[in-house]
Design a protein around this ligand. Structure first.
Ligand code: ADP
Length: 165
């Protein structure tokens, strides 16, 4: 059984993340989306809220599981018998940091591969912080996030006053 772990902040999950997850489903028997608990960033949604939003968004995919982790991702991946760590690669700007992380993780756990997946090009400009910023300024985010996330953002910031062309 080939297991992949997809770590991240997912604050909140977007269609870009879901694109990566859907591609991974085709390659692995099980995909574990795991939310980092120890992030130094001050998140918009709590870990539990992020897990619930992801769980709802991946409900159509029976081989996807949602979890959280503390500490180093390689330790978590080992504890789950994962063969791979998944990361999304959007643009050259992602590359440097991702490359460093992948090589460091290989040094720590040579049996775990990092697999980079490229999303559909329509999601290459998308990230969670842009979505948070749009929602904070009450701009429609329905093109970027699943409906449950749109509803959660609307509850936080109010009904959007502006749409995106
Ligand atoms: P992190 O804080 O680790 O960057 P994120 O939740 O933002 O956590 O992202 C987790 C992973 O998903 C990263 O590999 C990131 O590059 C990838 N990712 C984020 N947004 C997108 C997107 N729009 N398309 C493809 N991959 C993405």
């Amino acid at each position: 059984m080939k297991i992949a772990v997809y770590p991240g902040s997912f604050d909140p999950i977007t269609y870009g993340h879901l694109d990566v997850i859907e591609r991974a489903i085709e390659m692995f028997d099980r995909v574990i989306v795991t939310v980092a608990r120890n992030s130094s960033k001050q998140p918009l949604f709590s870990t539990e809220e992020r897990v619930a939003l992801i769980a709802e968004a991946v409900r159509p995919f029976p081989t996807v599981e949602v979890d959280t982790f503390d500490g180093l991702i390689v330790d978590y991946a080992r504890s789950r018998n994962a063969a791979a760590l998944l990361r999304g690669l959007r643009a050259v700007s992602d590359f440097e940091y991702e490359f460093q992380m992948a090589l460091m993780n290989r040094k720590l756990a040579s049996e775990i591969a990092t697999v980079f997946l490229m999303p559909h090009e329509k999601f290459t400009y998308l990230n969670s912080s842009i979505v948070r910023e749009l929602a904070r300024h009450r701009t429609e985010v329905g093109d970027f996030v699943p409906d449950n996330v749109r509803a959660a953002l609307e509850q936080r910031f109010g009904v959007p006053q502006r749409s995106v062309q």
